[in-house]
Design a protein around this ligand. Structure first.
Ligand SMILES: [Zn+2]
Length: 62
């Protein structure tokens, strides 16, 4: 998976970083934690923040 030197435009319009971020936000128990009303708690998540940062930097490069 990490052998590709060029990000494939086929995987996602915003690149693999977005895929990782989206996958994390739908599977991470911290990022998906909600309160009684079903409102996202926006808990601090080190992994989520790192992925967001990588996605942001990848977009800057694009
Ligand atoms: Zn998370």
């Amino acid at each position: 998976m990490s052998t590709a030197t060029h990000p494939s435009p086929v995987t996602a319009p915003w690149g693999p970083e977005y895929e990782l971020l989206a996958a994390h936000h739908t599977s991470c128990p911290t990022c998906t934690a909600v309160d009684d009303q079903g409102v996202n708690l926006n808990l601090p998540c080190a992994e989520g923040r790192r992925l967001s940062e990588e996605y942001r930097m990848a977009r800057h490069r694009a």
